[in-house]
Design a protein around this ligand. Structure first.
Ligand SMILES: Cc1cc2nc3c(=O)[nH]c(=O)nc-3n(C[C@H](O)[C@H](O)[C@H](O)COP(=O)(O)O)c2cc1C
Length: 329
């Protein structure tokens, strides 16, 4: 076995992020890391079973490995949605048991499912019967004021008995009342120790940690304790960080493209997307605004790519403007 092949597929991943981790965002991330596992935004079973399937499931072949995250709780619906995901070519189905939004609670899924481990187990069993690809779960460490370790341990234990072998753990509670989803990603305190303890108690399971991880040193520290790290906001806001991941965490060759070369590839993608699907460059460019984070000229570059008034220009022209510094004339 090669060194590369021995790494867990969940070693390093980019989190599911509604409205952010769409296929355009994932295309960019895949240019920057060939090895990170990429997650879709959450797609609800209702949207898939009663809506426009292509709109929700279409992705670029370049994105592999890519995991589809589902939101739902009805085992029959989850099984049908998982099957669709497999048929469309996804590499994994992930069930969202961590989203605290009220809309999601009304649908009785997301984080509130942590109170119903048997229902989650039934959903996992139904999905595993329907697909051959891995079925994984993303969850929190607790709900509201429930902070006992036994709560999350029993959740993981019950769901693992149904055949789920991979748990991605956002290392904070979800407070279902009184906090917005955004506040729920910041205010309940992070407790990484809980995730490390899950790994100790379930050594045969793959346990990945998520929440507040923003630099390579912390990734390395966590990889000494658990099997994987999932990164959300920092990957989105500072995507160039991903260019170090393959070499640092997968033993692969260093990344060689320049910022300009990556931008040129994104412009080519924008042109292909416009021709194939009528996608406006603006819908793609919004995900790459952090690409020059911390570099000279970043502000002008970002402002150009997010300038509504340039919407009638071609992506190629916008790129030229973005790369002409205002003080250069
Ligand atoms: C804009 C946004 C949308 C998100 N949407 C989802 C989602 O659809 N499904 C999910 O499981 N988590 C979602 N999350 C939570 C992230 O997956 C992740 O658990 C959280 O941001 C903590 O990781 P981080 O500190 O590395 O960002 C979202 C986060 C953000 C910032």
């Amino acid at each position: 076995m090669t060194a590369a092949a021995s790494h867990s597929p969940w070693r390093l991943s980019v989190a599911p992020m509604l409205d952010w981790s769409d296929r355009h965002c994932r295309y960019l991330h895949r240019l920057l890391s060939r090895r990170a596992l990429l997650y879709t935004e959450m797609v609800t079973t209702g949207a898939l079973l009663h809506g426009d399937v292509a709109r929700h499931l279409r992705f670029n072949v370049e994105e592999h490995p890519v995991a589809l995250q589902l939101g739902g709780s009805e085992p029959v619906d989850l099984a049908r949605a998982a099957r669709l995901g497999q048929d469309w070519g996804y590499d994994e189905i992930n069930l969202n048991c961590g989203c605290p939004s009220e809309r999601v609670q009304r649908g009785a899924f997301g984080a509130c499912l942590m109170r119903e481990p048997n229902l989650v187990a039934d959903g996992v069993r139904a999905m595993r019967d329907a697909v051959d690809i891995p079925v994984t779960v993303k969850h929190r460490i607790g709900i509201d004021q429930e902070e006992s370790y036994a709560f999350v341990r029993d959740f993981v234990g019950t769901v693992a008995e149904a055949g789920c072998g991979v748990f991605i753990v956002h290392a904070r509670n979800a407070w279902l009342k009184g906090l917005s989803p955004k506040e729920n990603r910041d205010i309940p305190p992070l407790r990484y120790g809980v995730v490390a303890r899950l790994k100790q108690d379930f050594p045969h399971l793959t346990i990945a940690i998520n929440g507040g991880i923003r630099d390579s040193a912390t990734v390395a520290e966590q990889l000494a304790r658990v099997d994987g790290v999932m990164v959300g906001r920092e990957a989105y806001h500072n995507p160039w960080w991903l260019t170090r991941w393959d070499a640092q965490f997968f033993g692969a060759a260093p990344f060689t493209l320049t910022h300009q070369e990556v931008e040129a590839q994104m412009v080519a993608y924008m042109q292909r997307e416009a021709a194939a699907h009528g996608t406006h460059w603006y819908a793609i460019a919004r995900h790459m605004l952090g690409l020059r984070h911390g570099l000279p000229g970043a502000r002008h570059w970002r402002q150009t790519w997010s300038n509504h008034r340039l919407k009638d220009f071609s992506a190629q022209e916008v790129s030229q403007i973005a790369n002409t510094r205002p003080d250069a004339s």
